[in-house]
Ligand binder design. Sequence first.
Ligand code: ADP
Length: 246
Amino acid sequence: MPEIRLEGVAKYYKVETRKHMAVRDIDLKIQQGEFVFLIGSSGAGKSTILKLLGGMIPPDEGTAYLDNISMSRFFGPWQYRLRRTFGCVWQEPWLIRKSTVYENLFLTARSGGMKNKHINAAIAKSLGLVGIQEMAKRYPAELSKGECRRVELARALICSPSVLLLDELTADWDDDNIWDAMHLLDELNRRGTTIVMSTHASKYVNIMRRRVVTLVDGKIAGDVPNGRYGDISRGGRNGTGGFLRR
Ligand code: ADP
């Protein structure tokens, strides 16, 4: 059961000749089975934290651990371990445009090590979970942005990962779609899947009352169990709120 930990982590991006700090002084432990909302303004560092948690990018300072093993050790064939552990939806579209929905999911299942004989059932199941079974034969260009996000979620779910990392999953959805997704994520979480999702959907954060980690200017400003959007007191009980509250 994976535990993910960022210890003293900083990440810089090179912009022309300068180093731009994206996140710094990040100490964050996420245990198996947690449901964590990552919130903050645009540019606060949410995507960077998700990519660090999933071992997609290496930290420039500090260490990212998966089960107490530095993720820097998961290179070459060991990357397989990361692929099996994490199901991800990133802000940038990852679907292959010239392949159908079915083919996109097939490739993900194969690269996750699934045997051919199980793949059709897994594709049907994951498309069913996100409510788009009938779209298997379509190409991404024939889908709306919101439908593409559903396909990406199906793709993230197909290998039954232990951890879901979701970056602005709900950005292109209306209230009904967000409700459906939150129900699905809640159910998956109750069955043991760890969920870390960045979102601006304050209404749903406030209804769900899960752990809320707030980023401000690349640093953790709040980490509140059973929190609400805008709670910023670290650790302990619910925060004083006010900041970012909607
Ligand atoms: P958020 O997800 O909260 O919007 P990001 O993690 O995407 O924040 O970005 C954090 C900071 O890092 C921002 O200032 C952003 O401009 C910068 N940044 C992110 N990715 C890159 C990149 N590839 N190159 C340069 N700067 C980047």
